[in-house]
Design a protein around this ligand. Structure first.
Ligand code: FES
Length: 592
């Protein structure tokens, strides 16, 4: 690479985004001087520069294979004539994020976006996996013009405990519920703890990480086949190598913006992703994340359209928590492409994917791959679904004027139409201190209500919507109750659980008006959630609460201030309001 005038040269590679010293030639001179300290030659630096995000962290076992993934991606980049440059970003693990991983998702999105923008990369390989990481990376991708390609870390393998196949974290909850109900003792729960996560990788049920990986592939942002291959398998590293190679091709396009996220993530691509969300019985969290990604692109996601979509798309995938298998079985049954094969009548097949082929072409290609013979045990044929309609339903009513969501494919059918007395917990602290008390006035047919666990109230909308069954009821054999909140729920959880009630209680949504003993009616077939209290009385109770800001205790400085003063509600994705463009693009989300 010469030191010629960078202003006269196409702005690629090392010439991109020169640090501003007021003299571009000096900026390039200085940049080269420093990077040569790492031993790079001019010919290495003349190649297309491919950024690779390093989200490895000792606190993130879901990303335990990232070093090997990076090596594989680098190999692919080098094979194709590019120069790989690895850079770190925030890494978020669900169990190592206080107060909750969602609180940090937007920070990771900002970090990733600005590092892509700041550094001279021609294309970027995004390696993510644990729940919030790929959403954060795609939010970043939606805000930059550089082509990016995602490669998930992939799911863990399973093992067994006394012949019972276990997986994180649906079975974490199942065994914890047994422990709370005194069905198993401390020795046994400790033994189970050793077995739940037997390899690196993401949770191996159809939790949030697997859901996001499937939706990302369906939306065209990762190569075909990348969603389901287990984290420790050789094939995953080969896919990382292919991803690196493809990144170089993207970087060398005459106009790389033709494969930017803006070009791939069209309204039709989002429809394909939400169609998959329904068909896999996927995580409710994905609704928020993909809404946030779309919002950054100026695409408004209409929750009622998502609900209508679900009325036509059956659940085809027999995976926990809606079914009974694990991601390794989905992989053996053909992975996402086999699901898409069954879903073809519901998909926009001409959507462009990051590979350069359309989604339809990718499905055809996978079908012709003889090594992916279908067993049809885990991925049902469309005529024999495991649930006749999509996995999620959107509810509205005087308790959730802007919507709420329930994963009815993982709920107790008898509770989907239910009227019960509210047992209210006003905060996470209140829940923790009273749920197991012997004197708690609660019966199996009651409805548990959690307030102030939403985006601003908690803050960070923790996965607290899976309220535990009160111990005395659990010990009496109660397995499920109707539970409502403005919180989220882990994609690995199950039960008759209404989530994301919007507006949240901390914003003086009607959820804040619910009191002990009020009657609530849930009617999922009618898509309604109703507080059976006179409207004037609800208004009066909300007026008595006063201004929300006074109750939130927002600090004067720091990230928490930024978060609580700018985070949006669940129906627009819980992004920072200043990241969502004012102008919106609208397009039909339903293929009529
Ligand atoms: Fe990382 Fe489940 S905790 S994917």
């Amino acid at each position: 690479m010469s030191n010629s005038d960078p202003a006269k040269t196409t702005s690629r590679g090392m010439l991109k985004g020169l640090t501003r010293y007021g003299d571009a030639g000096f900026s390039l001179f200085l940049r080269k001087a420093f990077i040569k300290a790492m031993g790079y030659s001019d010919s290495a630096l003349d190649r297309p520069i491919i950024g690779i995000t390093n989200t490895f962290s000792d606190f993130n076992p879901c990303h335990g294979n990232v070093p090997q993934m990076i090596e594989a991606a680098k190999r692919g980049v080098m094979q194709a004539g590019g120069m790989p440059m690895v850079f770190p970003t925030i890494s978020i693990h669900e169990s190592f994020a206080f107060p909750t991983s969602m609180y940090l998702r937007n920070l990771m999105a900002l970090d990733t976006e600005e590092m892509i923008r700041a550094q001279p990369v021609d294309a970027v390989v995004l390696i993510g996996g644990c729940d919030k990481t790929i959403p954060a990376q795609l939010m970043a991708a939606a805000s930059v013009a550089v082509p990016v390609i995602v490669i998930p870390t992939g799911p863990m393998l399973t093992t067994t405990y006394q012949g019972d196949r276990l997986g994180a974290c649906t079975d974490c909850r199942r065994y914890w519920a047994k422990f709370r109900a005194h069905e198993i003792d401390q020795t046994e729960i400790d033994a189970v703890n050793e077995k739940l996560a037997p390899t690196t990788g993401t949770c191996m049920v159809m939790g949030t990480a697997s859901t996001i990986a499937c939706m990302t592939e369906a939306a065209g942002m990762s190569l075909a086949g990348t969603a389901a291959v287990p984290a420790v398998m050789a094939e995953r590293f080969r896919l990382a190598e292919f991803t690196g190679r493809r990144a170089v091709e993207l970087a060398q396009l005459p106009d790389p913006s033709t494969f930017s996220s803006q070009a791939i993530l069209t309204p039709q691509a989002f429809t394909n992703a939400f169609t998959v969300l329904h068909a896999i019985g996927g995580s409710t969290n994905a609704l928020i994340h993909f809404t946030a990604i779309a919002a950054r692109l100026g695409i408004q996601i209409d929750l009622e359209a998502i609900d209508r979509l679900g009325r036509h798309v059956p659940v085809l995938v027999d995976l926990k928590p809606s079914g009974s298998h694990y991601m390794e079985h989905l992989y053996e049954d053909g992975g996402l492409m086999a699901i898409l094969q069954e879903l073809k009548p519901h998909l926009y097949l001409d959507c462009l994917t990051i590979s350069g082929r359309t989604l339809g072409e990718e499905i055809e290609s996978a079908q012709n791959n003889k090594s992916m013979a279908r067993h049809k045990k885990v991925i049902r044929i469309a005529a024999e679904p495991i649930f006749p309609v999509g996995g999620l339903a959107v509810l509205k009513g005087n308790l959730a004027p802007r919507g709420a969501v329930i994963k009815h494919s993982a709920a107790t059918p008898a509770l989907l139409q239910h009227r019960g007395r509210a047992v209210v917990f006003t905060s996470l602290e209140d829940l923790a201190s009273r749920i197991d008390r012997d004197d708690l006035d609660v019966r199996a047919e009651d409805i548990l209500v959690l307030q102030n666990a939403g985006p601003k109230g908690a803050p960070g909308m923790p996965e607290a919507g899976y309220l535990p069954i009160p111990k005395k009821l659990a010990q009496a054999g109660v397995k499920d109750m109707v539970r409502l909140s403005d919180a989220r729920m882990s994609g690995t959880a199950f039960g008759t659980i209404v989530l994301h009630i919007t507006p949240e209680a901390a914003e003086n949504g009607p959820l804040a008006a619910v009191r002990n003993g009020d009657m609530i009616e849930l009617d999922v077939p009618k898509r309604s959630i109703t507080l059976l209290v006179d409207e004037a009385e609800i208004k009066q109770r909300l007026a008595e609460l006063g201004a929300p800001e006074a109750r939130l205790e927002i600090p004067a400085t720091g990230y928490r201030r930024l978060y609580q003063t700018t985070v949006t509600q669940a129906d627009v994705g819980c992004d920072f309001d200043f990241m969502v463009p004012v102008a919106t693009r609208s397009a039909p989300l339903i293929k009529e």
